[in-house]
Design a protein around this ligand. Structure first.
Ligand SMILES: CC(C)(COP(=O)(O)OP(=O)(O)OC[C@H]1O[C@@H](n2cnc3c(N)ncnc32)[C@H](O)[C@@H]1OP(=O)(O)O)[C@@H](O)C(=O)NCCC(=O)NCCS
Length: 174
């Protein structure tokens, strides 16, 4: 399990003590609008933490809680995981933030650290990111990370916007 540090954030692999913070995040309908469109139930959040802890142990990657280093508050979460959680699929990067901290660059800051982890620690050959076609805020984070638009593809039972980046592109942008 790998903790990542950025100028303003600590990225901590999900653990039981993140439950309250993740409940707040994953029941916010602004946050969930383009994710599942509904609030996560308490049972689902507990199951999520258990599944993520197991994934860290088995695969060496999964979801992090984003902790504001100045306040200690959980302000978001993000992941490196196989798309649709199927190991035959490439790794995807993802993020979500509490609406109170949107527009401050936290997602992009965390994304840089998570992508670095994927390419430099996991030696991923490529990284993809998918979002709802109307989720322009998320697509913007993908663009700022240096990812390239790949098109519309069907993932998670949805026709999603797909961005991608190969490891050569990551290392040539350093
Ligand atoms: C997607 C999401 C994480 C993007 O959050 P965000 O705050 O817009 O993204 P960033 O952290 O990159 O912040 C970028 C903005 O902060 C501004 N900013 C302010 N201070 C900054 C700083 N120090 N560094 C960088 N950017 C900064 C940028 O100018 C930019 O503003 P703009 O969008 O007006 O151009 C957020 O909208 C979200 O949580 N949505 C709901 C969940 C979701 O849909 N997740 C994705 C599922 S695919």
């Amino acid at each position: 399990m790998t903790v990542l540090t950025t100028p303003r954030l600590l990225l901590q692999p999900f653990d039981d003590h993140h439950l309250d913070g993740l409940r707040l995040l994953n029941t916010d309908l602004q946050v969930m609008r383009y994710v599942t469109g509904r609030a996560e139930t308490p049972e689902e959040t507990a199951a999520l933490i258990a599944r993520v802890k197991a994934s860290w142990m088995e695969l060496g990657h999964s979801w992090w809680a984003f902790i504001d280093r100045a306040t200690g508050q959980l302000i978001g979460s993000g992941c490196i995981q196989h798309i649709q959680r199927d190991p035959v699929n490439p790794l995807e990067i993802g993020w979500r933030l509490l609406p109170a901290v949107w527009g401050k660059g936290y997602a992009s800051e965390a994304a840089l650290a998570m992508a670095g982890f994927a390419f430099e620690v996991l030696a991923a050959p490529q990284l993809v990111a998918v979002c709802h076609q109307e989720n322009l805020d998320s697509a913007k984070v993908m663009q700022k990370l240096g990812m390239t638009y790949r098109g519309i593809e069907r993932w998670y039972n949805t026709d999603t916007t797909v961005y991608g980046m190969h490891r050569e592109e990551w290392f040539s942008r350093q």
